[in-house]
Design a protein around this ligand. Structure first.
Ligand SMILES: [Zn+2]
Ligand SMILES: [Zn+2]
Length: 352
């Protein structure tokens, strides 16, 4: 085991603080990476504060972070796809069974046996729990290590590993494309990537926000129209006109107001995870045979495809770079949606 500096929380009420964790020795198939940047995802905050205690209770100490970009500094003897000095990335997963139907389809996130998340999952190598990217170094199986396009700013790439793939995957799965009208609900870390991708896929993009002060930004990011969702007179004209709606909201909200906006047989996909169950009016789905669905992150193959797509189209996240010492402050600001649109930790601050 190797000691590594990290920021961790020791209980659901404690702030993140400097600590030391252990990383495993490299196996034949492992890549060791010096972490350069790690995005701050809303899931990090939920997990650190044990807000998903019913479905995914938190084990402490908790080192969050699953939007990781780093430099390869060590290789197991059987690693073939990376060499020392390569830029590489890790997203939300670091292991899976590799044998079940979703794994064989490279949709490891839906592994039926043992999907291992980048943090707070049982770790078969150490017998403990996985630790995420708010740390100096990480060791990961080559299968879950991704290539980073050389033309993109690595700090701005970090959020693509969760916010990026989480929005890219459902847009691809439901085959949104040119000529379609696509709604994106909520302009935060997820929503701003959703708008960029839907626009890059050739759709007419409408952004829904509760904040009139986000109109200008929504248009800048690629929406052709921004609707203030609290204003019924702005919502009503869109009734029954959407081919697809990507709901990126992590707070409690009225999903029925958006189901109403779908065309017949079309889909609303949830990618945010509100703490409490949402209320859904059946009639809203019955009349129009509409679908309410969900989507989680994306598999390794699709994540690589997304990164390559971003390289080709020059797409990255809008970020605010912070030293790790400001991460607790960043969490407070995240709760107030006071970030455009993703905090990214510069891990040089942890090494300093
Ligand atoms: Zn995330
Ligand atoms: Zn599996």
């Amino acid at each position: 085991m190797k000691s590594t500096k990290a920021y961790s929380a020791i209980s659901e009420t404690s702030a993140l603080a400097a600590s030391t964790i252990e990383r495993r020795e490299l196996t034949d198939r492992d890549v060791q990476m010096e972490i350069l940047y790690c995005g701050v995802c809303h899931s990090d905050l939920h997990q650190v504060r044990n807000e998903w205690r019913d479905s995914m209770p938190t084990s402490y100490p908790c080192v969050p972070g699953h939007e990781i970009v780093g430099r390869v500094t060590g290789l197991g003897s059987a690693v073939t796809r990376f060499k020392s000095g390569d830029l590489a990335a890790i997203g939300c997963m670091v292991d899976s069974c590799g044998k079940c139907p979703p794994c064989l389809a490279k949709e490891e996130v839906y592994c039926e046996k043992s999907a291992v998340l980048t943090y707070n999952s049982p770790d078969r190598h150490t017998g403990g729990y996985t630790f995420g990217g708010y740390s100096e170094y990480i060791v990961v199986d080559e299968r879950f290590c991704l290539r980073v396009p050389a033309n993109l700013d690595p700090a701005r790439v970090a959020p693509l590993l969760c916010a990026g793939i989480t929005t890219y995957s459902p847009l691809r799965h439901w085959k949104v494309g040119p000529g379609q009208k696509v709604g994106v609900v909520g302009l935060g870390g997820l929503g701003h990537m959703g708008v960029k991708f839907a626009k890059a896929f050739g759709c007419e993009v409408v952004l829904f926000t509760t904040s009139p002060n986000k109109i200008e930004d929504g248009l800048r990011l690629g929406a052709s129209q921004v609707v203030v969702s609290k204003d019924a007179s702005q919502m009503t004209p869109h009734t029954g006109t959407f081919d697809f709606i990507l709901d990126c909201v992590s707070a409690d909200h009225d999903v029925n107001a958006y189901i109403r906006l779908l065309k017949r047989d079309r889909t609303l996909c949830l990618i945010g995870a509100p703490e409490k169950p949402l209320a859904v009016a059946s009639f809203g789905l019955l009349f129009g045979r509409k679908r309410l669905s969900g989507s989680a992150i994306g598999g390794t193959e699709e994540t690589q495809e997304m990164l390559d797509f971003c390289g080709k189209h020059g797409i990255t996240a809008d970020i605010e770079l912070i030293p790790i010492q400001k991460v607790n402050e960043a969490y407070d600001r995240l709760l107030k949606s006071d970030v455009k649109y993703r905090f990214v930790i510069d891990l040089a601050s942890l090494r300093a």
